[in-house]
Design a protein around this ligand. Structure first.
Ligand code: GTP
Ligand code: MG
Length: 305
């Protein structure tokens, strides 16, 4: 049973990463099937770089292979590829185990426009619901009327409660109302969907601060999680965005979205190394079920196999 579950999870990650796998995986197989000379090592470094693992990581990993081969020239491709996976895993942070001690547990979802916040809110609500948790969602993106409607449509289908405010209302007050409702209904989790904001807009960053303060007034230590949504298809930009968000808002983790749409899935590795934040979830498609807890081991295996 457990084994089948792991196998199914692995298959899903593999499918989602098919674009990365066809680029990275096939190149790696070709490199590691040849004699590992300096030309092959250079190609390895270039390939890792192209898959968005980052310059430093690409260099460091290549150097590890170079040294291993120098130490033991009889090492074959399979063993070297295994070593590469093993070393890559060292850059990954497993997601934080979340023990929900507060009632309700408040999760704030932030990110730039179009990164996949609202979609991820719905997927996350479904995930918690499937674990038997009562969820309330706050439609704190009050800038676009369509935002709350999009949430309402999906959450009604799921049977998850949504708290909406008036159009152009104050996102902090919607958040306040949603947490009040969650307390009254004895909900376990509140997920707050916020408007897309460019990390360079100071006024919008201040607005986030206000939303956070309101959460803290309602529930001790809330928001318990502040998850930044990063679109994997924008590569290096995602990292730059995250750095600026991190300066303004304390983040607890990341959700990496649209992994199905990129051949540069190595970004997951670079993101963790540079930002020192765990990836909590990955989104791998537009369907509700294209969403999973991040498993570094499965991820690396899917990348390199
Ligand atoms: N292929 C793919 N598409 C996704 C994924 N996540 C989100 N999308 C799509 O990306 C688009 C934007 O998603 P939203 O969830 O509306 O993004 P948002 O961050 O809420 O956008 P704003 O509220 O406008 O800032 C939609 O067309 C989604 O279907 C994913 O993991 N894979
Ligand atoms: Mg949205």
């Amino acid at each position: 049973m457990a084994f089948n579950f792991i196998k199914a999870g692995f298959q899903k990650v593999k499918n989602a990463l098919s674009k990365t796998r066809s680029l990275l995986g096939s190149k790696l197989r070709s490199i590691f099937s040849r004699e590992m000379d300096e030309a092959a090592l250079e190609e390895l470094e270039q390939t890792l770089y192209e898959a968005d693992l980052g310059v430093e990581t690409a260099l460091a990993l290549t150097d590890t292979i170079r040294k291993a081969k120098r130490k033991d020239p009889s090492l074959e491709g399979d063993r070297l590829l295994e070593l590469l996976s093993h070393e890559t895993l060292k850059y990954m942070t497993p997601p934080k185990e979340r023990v929900m001690t507060s009632s309700p547990h408040v999760i704030l979802i932030v990110g730039v426009n179009g990164s996949g916040k609202t979609t991820s809110v719905v997927k996350l609500a479904k995930l918690y619901q499937s674990q038997g948790k009562k969820v309330v969602v706050a439609a704190a993106d009050t800038y676009r009327a369509a935002a709350a409607e999009q949430l309402e449509k999906w959450l009604t289908k799921l049977g998850v409660d949504l708290v909406r405010g008036s159009a152009n209302g104050d996102p902090a007050s919607v958040t306040f109302d949603a947490i009040s409702a969650a307390k009254a209904r004895e909900a376990d989790v509140v997920i707050v969907d916020t408007a897309g904001r460019l990390q360079t807009r100071l006024d919008l960053m201040k607005e986030l601060e206000k939303i956070r303060r309101v959460c803290g007034k309602q529930v001790l230590d809330a928001p318990h999680d502040t998850l930044l949504i990063l679109d994997a298809t924008i590569g290096q930009n995602a990292i730059d965005q995250a750095k600026v968000f991190q300066e303004h808002t304390p983040l607890t983790g990341l959700i990496l979205t649209k992994l199905d749409g990129t051949a540069r899935g190595g970004i997951a590795i670079q993101v963790q190394k540079v930002l020192n934040l765990p990836i909590q979830y990955i989104a791998t498609g537009e369907n509700w079920d294209d969403f999973d807890s991040f498993d570094p081991e499965l991820y690396v295996k899917a990348l390199f196999e």
